[in-house]
Write a protein that binds this ligand. Structure first.
Ligand code: FAD
Length: 518
């Protein structure tokens, strides 16, 4: 086996995954400097990216700041807006006609639950009739009022509340491309990869393109989306379906223009449960992105489109829809020999908690941190990476499945989701433990848990999960402190809400003045 050092990295595919990974690598390894690791990206000029109007996690702020992209430029160029939560509507139970139920999965909790866990006191009724989210955070009310998480006077990437973004993934890839090529030194080749060439050790030696000849490299990153040309087709790494646990298999999507330029913009993703799945509704600065994620076993494509149109209402008349088949699962390995898959080529889990872009950020960070110097080093990093990402994807599946398992909805799709054989054993164990114990640090002993303890709490308690903590009541004797913390949260709520502009007003000001640079 040849032991040459890794000098040339070739990324194939130019969607969010390709450009984010290429930009991260070039930034980390100073690719503008002679002698440094060089990054080339080969992007098809013919095959479109998947972008539907996506939600990110708050980690995106750090990612953009590290790349040296200004938040103002990002918001303006990607038609982006600020996201503070997901509002789950009608997930708890099928509502009676004219009725509805909802809860929030928020990004901000005023207190760290590991320091002082309010949940047991809230469950006992010590904190009055507030919902769990209201007892630990002000952000639900901020979202109800469509307020932004920050004011124009905040610096870039700083905020009064924790926040992420809604963005147009096509425009985001364009911005990353411009920055990666013009500032970070990534080499861009517009061509279709027609063949992947292996060497005698069955490592990838080069890719053949239709208009730029053969491109050689030491390390290859497969960002070809659902095609997975390198890791899947060329290296034969199999795809492991998880459609036994996550039952949705299609999305029908629709872009909805605002009625006028001053229409309010929601500052959270709205996820509304339907008969055979759920509808997302995200507000970008120039339009809403909506889509119905459904199981074709429980509804027809025609009915799914109609359900989406009914949700959007009369505004949907004349608007185009697009159906996207979804193959739910992940590769048996994400890294094999000198190839790593990032993005849809690595895995796709339905978009309920908008985890795909977050996991791309995590993958490209881990690649940069553990970057292999040569082929011998690759084997060791490969093992570590695969273990880590198998854990992260399985945890993501458990967390998403938990939303379905806890629902009291009674349509066949929802009942099928609650069949024991569809529930991963790891999730069953967690839920069993939580019947008699609050969620605690004991449940989160891996620092790379994708979803923190607070996320589980928002969903569990928001969905109405019942715990019996009575046998250990002596452990929860600090009622006075719990009430004090709760009162503080309510006090902060009043202060915060009076200082924040609406999401729409903030975006208008960003367009006009921009934020102060960090
Ligand atoms: C319905 C739906 C909703 C989603 N919502 C969210 C969300 O809210 N949050 C989130 O984080 N994620 C979400 N995702 C996932 C998200 O869309 C993707 O993860 C991401 O935007 C695009 O991923 P990608 O770059 O891996 O793939 P793609 O966008 O598919 O890009 C693939 C790239 O490979 C190139 N390519 C393909 N073949 C070749 C070839 N032969 N030669 C050269 N280049 C080639 C293409 O031209 C393209 O540039 C959603 C996905 C779907 C389907």
């Amino acid at each position: 086996m040849t032991q040459q050092t890794v000098q040339q990295v070739v990324v194939v595919g130019g969607g969010t995954a390709g450009w984010l990974t290429a930009a991260n690598l070039a930034k980390r390894f100073n690719s503008t400097q002679p002698g440094s690791i060089q990054v080339t990206i080969v992007e098809s000029p013919d095959i479109p990216t998947i972008g539907v109007g996506e939600g990110t996690w708050p980690t995106m702020r750090k990612t953009l700041a590290n790349l040296g992209i200004s938040e103002t430029e990002f918001l303006v160029k990607c038609n982006a807006s600020l996201k503070q939560a997901t509002k789950f509507v009608n997930w708890r139970e099928t509502p009676a006609a004219g009725d509805s139920n909802h809860y929030y999965h928020l990004f901000t909790s005023v207190y760290d639950a590991s320091d002082f866990n309010l949940a047991p006191y809230w469950q006992r009724g010590d904190l009055g009739s507030s919902t769990y989210a209201q007892s630990v955070s002000v952000q639900g009310e901020v979202c109800e009022r469509k307020l932004a998480p920050k004011a124009i006077t905040h610096k870039e990437y700083e905020g009064a509340q924790n926040y992420a973004y809604h963005l147009d993934a096509g425009l985001f890839a364009d911005l990353l491309k411009q920055h990666a090529v013009e500032v970070l030194g990534v080499k861009h080749i517009a061509a279709n990869v027609s063949q992947v060439n292996l060497d005698k050790d069955e490592y990838i030696a080069s890719v053949t393109t239709d208009r730029s000849g053969v491109i050689e490299g030491d390390f290859f990153i497969d960002c070809t989306g659902f095609k997975c040309l390198l890791l899947g087709d060329a290296l034969g790494v199999k795809f492991k379906k998880v459609d036994n646990a996550l039952l949705t298999d299609h999305a029908v999507v629709m872009q909805v223009p605002y009625q006028d330029e001053q229409q309010e913009i929601a500052s959270c993703t709205i996820s509304t449960a339907q008969e055979a799945g759920w509808i997302w509704d995200i507000g970008l600065s120039n339009r809403r992105g909506t889509g119905y994620v459904y199981s074709s076993k429980f509804t027809s494509h025609e009915q799914a489109e109609q359900t989406l149109r009914d949700y959007v209402g009369p505004e949907s008349e004349g608007l185009m829809t697009r159906v996207i088949p979804m193959n739910i699962g992940y590769r048996e390995k994400f890294w094999h020999k000198n190839c790593l898959a990032v993005g849809l080529s690595a895995a796709f889990i339905e978009p309920l908690e908008a985890s795909a872009i977050f996991l791309m950020e995590a993958a490209s960070n881990m690649l940069c941190d553990l970057f292999p110097r040569d082929r011998q080093a690759m084997a060791v990093v490969e093992k570590k990476f695969n273990q880590s990402f198998q854990f992260r994807w399985n945890k993501t599946i458990d967390f998403i499945k938990m939303h379905y398992v806890l629902s009291q909805r009674t349509e066949p799709f929802w009942l099928a989701n609650q069949h024991q054989e569809t529930i991963p054993e790891t999730l069953t164990e967690l839920l069993e433990r939580w019947r008699y114990h609050p969620v605690s640090d004991y449940d989160f002993d891996n620092v790379y848990e994708p979803f923190p303890m607070e996320s589980y709490q928002y969903v569990l308690y928001g969905m109405g999960f019942k715990q019996d903590l009575s046998f250990n009541a002596g452990r929860y004797s600090k009622s006075a402190q719990a009430i004090q913390n709760f009162n503080n949260v309510q006090h902060i709520a009043q202060q915060v809400e009076s200082k924040l502009p609406s999401n729409r007003d903030l975006l208008n000001k960003v367009n006009q003045y921009g934020f102060q640079k960090l």
